[in-house]
Design a protein around this ligand. Structure first.
Ligand SMILES: [Zn+2]
Length: 85
């Protein structure tokens, strides 16, 4: 087990360029996982079983906070449940 905090892991993910913005408000791929466009849900086990903000969501938070990402417009955000993943 790594003793890095989730925040630190999220920062590493963002700085390594492992965030891919999907088109049409479909959210992001962060590493191997899918994050919705509001960065409130993730498909990883940590999010699904533990809840709270996993390193993927924290990677988005960090990337936005330092200007690595443009926040997608709210109006073209696709509902997570409607996505074909
Ligand atoms: Zn996650």
């Amino acid at each position: 087990m790594s003793n890095l905090t989730r925040e630190a892991k999220g920062r590493d993910i963002a700085e390594n360029g492992d965030i891919n913005v999907l088109p049409d408000g479909a959210g992001y791929y962060v590493g191997d996982y899918h994050v919705d466009c509001d960065a409130t849900e993730c498909t990883c086990n940590d999010f699904v079983y533990r809840g709270g903000r996993c390193k993927h969501l924290l990677a988005i938070d960090y990337a936005e906070s330092v200007g690595l990402l443009d926040e997608p417009g709210d109006d073209d955000c696709v509902d997570f449940d409607d996505l074909p993943f």
